[in-house]
Design a protein around this ligand. Structure first.
Ligand code: SF4
Length: 247
């Protein structure tokens, strides 16, 4: 007969082996991600009313005097701050402030005027190409519909929405930039960071008359308080109702 200690040890080893086998066996169950216990999002329209009260002067931060200038300024603002764009556009508009003049410009000359913006080489090429299209296909006018605008070089849905909303007063959609995307998530309005989906979701909830101004409210709040790295929740007027997702 084996001694008692040896029997217990071998039993323990057998249990351990069994447990190890169990752990290593691949699971066929689907494992869902646990959601953090966020607060419920406050009704979106109530939050918009608070933003409206707090930022009564919210507006497009790019300087422009006509639709073509806004189209150019918005195209330049990709990966570049509005302040930087406002620094380069006076000289640019002075020389090439119309599609006809931009279409005739040398790409290198455009480059030299916008060199301090990111991706200036691509932007210069696109500005010239878009200007040629405006002259040849649109009678040198900026089209007032999203389909024609997004066909221009360097013009995506965001730029088209900015131009239609701010130069023509046409609420064609909601501009979703980095601030709008970040705040929409933190405020619990959307569950995604994809701009196209965010725009779709917001358009379902927000009355069309607020589509244009909503972006300006969120951009103002994102710059002043709900900053990307350090949101100042302690001094935020939305603190009581904001679920602060991801913060
Ligand atoms: S600063 Fe904080 S409380 Fe205010 S909106 Fe951003 S995450 Fe919410």
């Amino acid at each position: 007969m084996k001694p008692l200690v040896t029997m217990v040890t071998s039993k323990k080893k057998a249990v351990k082996k069994k447990a190890a086998k169990k752990v290593l066996k691949p699971s066929t169950k689907k494992v869902g991600l646990k959601k953090p216990p966020f607060k419920e999002a406050a009704p979106i329209l109530e939050t918009i009313d608070l933003l409206r009260r707090y930022y009564p002067d919210a507006h497009c931060a790019l300087n422009f005097t006509n639709p073509y200038e806004l189209l150019v300024a918005t195209a330049l603002s990709a990966q570049t701050t509005d302040e930087r764009v406002n620094m380069v556009t006076p000289a640019l508009f002075n020389q090439y402030g119309s599609p006809q003049r931009m279409a005739k410009a040398k790409v290198e000359d455009i480059e030299s005027l916008i060199r301090s913006t990111n991706f200036y080489k691509n932007k210069a090429k696109n500005l010239k190409s878009a200007a040629i299209d405006l002259v040849e296909k649109h009678n040198s006018e900026v089209p007032q519909n999203i389909e024609s605008l997004v066909e221009l070089a360097g013009v995506g849905r965001k730029t088209a929405n900015v131009v239609l909303g701010n130069a023509f007063g046409i609420p064609s959609g909601i501009v979703v930039d980095t601030h709008v995307a970040r705040l929409s998530y933190r405020l619990g309005w959307v569950d995604t960071d994809k701009p196209v989906v965010i725009e779709e979701e917001l358009c379902k909830e927000v009355p069309q008359e607020d589509w244009v101004i909503l972006s300006h409210y969120l951009i103002s709040h994102g710059r002043a308080i709900c900053k990307a790295r350090k949101p100042d929740c302690a001094h935020c007027f939305l603190e009581e109702t904001c679920p602060k997702r991801g913060v």
